[in-house]
Write a protein that binds this ligand. Structure first.
Ligand SMILES: NC(=O)c1ccc[n+]([C@@H]2O[C@H](COP(=O)([O-])OP(=O)(O)OC[C@H]3O[C@@H](n4cnc5c(N)ncnc54)[C@H](OP(=O)(O)O)[C@@H]3O)[C@@H](O)[C@H]2O)c1
Length: 366
């Protein structure tokens, strides 16, 4: 396999190192904004020199973001090159279009590292969905928020202090919005639900409430009740209807969820025949993520199919039947009430519009 690597940041540089260790994954050219003296292959800052290089059969996109990654990936697919990417934002936003382009051009599109970092989660969903009916996917899909929530619980410190520490340690970006507001977890949930259920749901339809409003007092209140807070993405398929949501959730301190600390992920599925399965591990990090990118390349080299699934039944997100107990805290104090997901998220949106203090967390029901 001859690879055109796009991006030489945290994951791109780790992928370059890993690919060197395997004779069948040869990096023919690197596209990056800077030149890197340690890189032995041809280097360029013009993506067309990779697209037009007939010897390159696979493009590995590790730039991130929507643009120019979209232009680079679509050009590669149209040029008949396989694409491997870790870019959840791109694949989630352009899910149907990118898969259709891969199919039309008879090439593969893989994005296993886009959800779960180093965990082969999307690959496992695809594999299981061929022989069983997956009915739910859920879990801690974002390491940054799990680090912040774990530190707040363990050290009884404020949200802002732990966000700063997460940024210092490289767990959170300078602009942490996508992580702390739940958008990153939402994109991973959309990819997971689409592949697991054979549907095509849209990110914009998934209610999403993050952790930026949590206080040390909230965490202390949860502790007194024997509960810990985690940011959870969950989706299920019931009677042909897909429900999906990202929100903080409270779990018993003695349970499995409570023990996932730091930037780790714990992602689970439920299927009719195999029952429940969980995957835990590094949801981010250069080498962990790059190892999933490399595994995707190797699968393509072995002649793997176009995408994880050819099923893309358009589905509207329908949370109408989903009702849970919520911890709701406003300026007036904290209370517990049973609400539909739609009602709870509408309340959150109302307080956000009014710019008034608000935090909510669903109480997990086993
Ligand atoms: N980091 C993780 O742990 C992790 C985990 C799972 C998935 N991912 C995904 O993996 C992808 C890469 O993430 P990352 O953390 O490696 O990002 P990163 O460290 O910011 O690296 C991005 C690289 O792309 C380069 N770049 C930016 N714009 C470019 C352009 N127009 N043309 C060519 N190169 C360009 C950057 O160059 P400069 O440095 O010069 O700007 C940098 O080398 C993202 O989609 C991310 O969501 C990352």
């Amino acid at each position: 396999m001859k690879i055109g690597l796009m991006g030489y940041g945290t994951v791109g540089s780790a992928f370059y190192t890993l690919a060197q260790e395997h004779a069948d994954t040869q990096i023919a050219a690197l596209l990056d904004l800077k030149t890197h003296p340690e890189v032995a292959c041809r280097q360029t800052s013009d993506y067309r020199s990779i697209i037009e290089d007939q010897s390159i059969d696979t493009v590995v996109e590790l730039i991130g973001g929507l643009h120019p990654a979209y232009e680079f990936v679509t050009a590669a697919l149209k040029a008949g090159k396989h694409v491997v990417t870790a870019n959840k934002q791109l694949v989630c936003a352009c899910y149907d279009e990118l898969i259709a382009l891969a199919e039309e051009n008879g090439v593969s599109l893989r994005c296993t590292a886009a959800a779960g970092g180093g965990i082969p989660w999307l690959h496992s969903l695809a594999r299981l969905s061929r022989c069983d009916r997956i009915t739910a996917v859920s879990g801690i899909m974002n390491g940054t928020t799990n680090y912040i929530l774990s530190a707040m619980t363990e050290q009884e410190t404020e949200y802002a202090d732990n966000l700063r520490e997460a940024q210092r340690l490289g767990y959170a970006e300078a602009d942490p919005t996508a992580d702390v507001e739940g958008y990153d977890a939402c994109r991973k949930l959309v990819l997971s639900a689409n592949i697991a259920f054979g549907v095509s749901i849209r990110e914009a339809e998934v209610p999403c409430f993050g952790i930026s409003g949590i206080t040390a007092q909230d965490v202390a209140a949860f502790k007194r009740l024997g509960l810990v807070c985690k940011l959870i993405a969950h989706a299920s398929l019931r009677e042909g209807r897909v429900s999906a949501c990202v929100e903080p959730m409270l779990f018993p301190v003695s349970g499995q969820m409570a023990h996932i600390s730091g930037p780790d992920n714990l992602i689970s599925l439920k299927a009719e025949r195999v029952g429940a399965q969980s995957f835990a591990g590094a949801g981010a990090g250069g080498f962990a993520t790059a190892s999933n990118v490399l595994a995707d390349c190797m699968e393509i080299a072995r002649g793997c199919e176009t995408f994880y699934t050819s099923l893309r039944t358009p589905a509207a997100v329908d949370n109408a039947a989903l009702e849970q107990r919520y911890y709701i805290r406003t300026e007036a104090g904290a209370q517990s009430m049973r609400l539909t997901v739609n009602a709870a998220h509408a309340m959150a949106a109302e307080y956000k519009n009014k710019q008034q203090p608000f935090f909510m967390a669903a109480v997990a029901e086993e």
